[in-house]
Design a protein around this ligand. Structure first.
Ligand SMILES: Nc1ncnc2c1ncn2[C@@H]1O[C@H](COP(=O)(O)OP(=O)(O)OP(=O)(O)O)[C@@H](O)[C@H]1O
Length: 355
């Protein structure tokens, strides 16, 4: 059985009269990283604030290693926090910044702890530098070390790398993963960047409009999204309107028929949306039964792949990702056929909203 580090149960919260969290529940396994992911305004930071004790939820429970935090004051919750605007003390050196909450320790012990943390975030050469003379990425590492200094029971990170450029973000994400392998601290990280979430977290919590839509590993969420929203939010999903015409068969708005290899739990005549990842479509330049006819628009080179933009006869845009080596490049406007991997298609009711 997995030990639970943090447990969030049925948390509800309103600002003024507006409810922004609705029965939010998820667990963070002890020593693991969970990423909260979702569009702007869906309530990610509010959850983090509730865990930190900066707001008190209207309803619900938050416990850390089995201890109910509800009535525990912020300073007694023993949490490390890293935010996007890493407010370091600019008049203190790196070592002094990290040592800031450690005044209660004997001098030698404090020095040893700071040295260890600087090694952990790979800043040991910079002990005597002042923050304004560090890069953004280095400053953020100091912020992480400072958050870890007091040996917190959990770490809360709100868009910790949000202010950094793409390359530096990737570097710090890798550092965070390495650091987690060393220290294994129960962590909740808020991000709106799905790649970042997948890179650092073992579990994702996908939120939409104050509700948890799905909790799962990055693979589970990518391969088995529970809703059209999740499907469209994590990675690209082509969305094709269709009608169920038989047990496993659908007819798209353009008139193509797709038969899945599994029964569909929809009544005949139900309006649905079929989704396909771009990499689950194969290109053919000649007509093939069970392929979707389309018109080629353009192709963009993405490393070893080509991302093809095409249009279905009903006007729906569709993307297909194919290996560049295989690709005979069609002309703009040319008829093409896209063969879906029917084992990887998803079908959702047409009434749910996508991202
Ligand atoms: N202090 C506040 N007073 C009133 N409403 C607030 C307050 N803070 C946040 N909200 C509202 O609560 C909702 C959730 O906000 P929250 O900051 O948790 O979202 P988020 O998912 O973290 O967004 P972002 O990714 O843009 O930071 C939003 O509608 C926001 O406008």
């Amino acid at each position: 059985m997995v030990d639970i580090g943090l447990q969030i149960s049925d948390v509800n919260h309103s600002y003024d009269a507006k409810q922004v969290l609705h029965d939010v529940s998820f667990n963070v396994p002890d020593g693991k990283v969970v990423a909260l992911l979702g569009p702007s305004g869906c309530g990610k930071s509010t959850i983090l604030r509730a865990i930190a004790g900066l707001i008190s939820p209207d309803r619900g429970q938050i416990s850390l290693h089995g201890r109910d935090l509800t009535r525990i004051q912020v300073r007694h919750r023993n949490l490390g926090m890293v935010f996007q605007n890493f407010a370091l003390f600019s008049h203190m050196t790196v070592a002094e910044n990290i040592a800031y909450g450690l005044n209660h320790l004997p001098r030698a012990e404090r020095k040893e702890r700071v040295a260890k943390l600087m090694r952990l975030v790979r800043l040991d050469e910079f002990a005597n530098r002042f923050p304004p003379r560090l890069s953004g990425g280095q400053q953020q590492r100091v912020a992480v070390a400072r958050a870890l200094a007091t040996d917190p029971a959990a770490l809360l990170m709100d868009e910790p790398f949000g202010a950094l450029d793409r390359a530096l973000r990737a570097e710090l994400q890798a550092e965070l993963v390495r650091m987690q392998e060393d220290v294994g601290i129960t962590t909740v990280m808020v991000t709106h960047d799905q790649e970042e979430a997948q890179a650092v977290a073992g579990q994702l919590v996908v939120m939409n409009a104050g509700r948890v839509e799905q909790v799962g590993s990055p693979e589970e969420i990518y391969d088995h999204p529970v809703s059209l929203f999740v499907n469209g939010f994590i990675g690209h999903a082509n969305q094709i309107a269709a009608t169920v015409i038989g047990g496993s068969t659908l007819r798209t708005r353009s008139g193509a028929e797709i038969t899945l290899n599994r029964p569909l739990h929809f009544v005949q005549g139900a309006e649905v949306v079929v989704t396909s990842r771009p990499e689950d479509l194969t290109l053919s330049l000649s007509e093939i039964p069970a392929a979707l006819p389309a018109r080629f628009e353009r192709a963009v080179v993405m490393g070893r792949f080509l991302m093809i933009d095409a249009t279905l006869p009903c006007g729906t845009a569709i993307k297909a990702q194919i290996l560049r080596d295989d690709a005979a490049r069609p002309e703009k406007g040319q008829a093409i056929w896209l063969i879906p991997d029917t084992t990887r298609l998803h079908v959702f009711p047409a009434t749910t909203t996508g991202a």
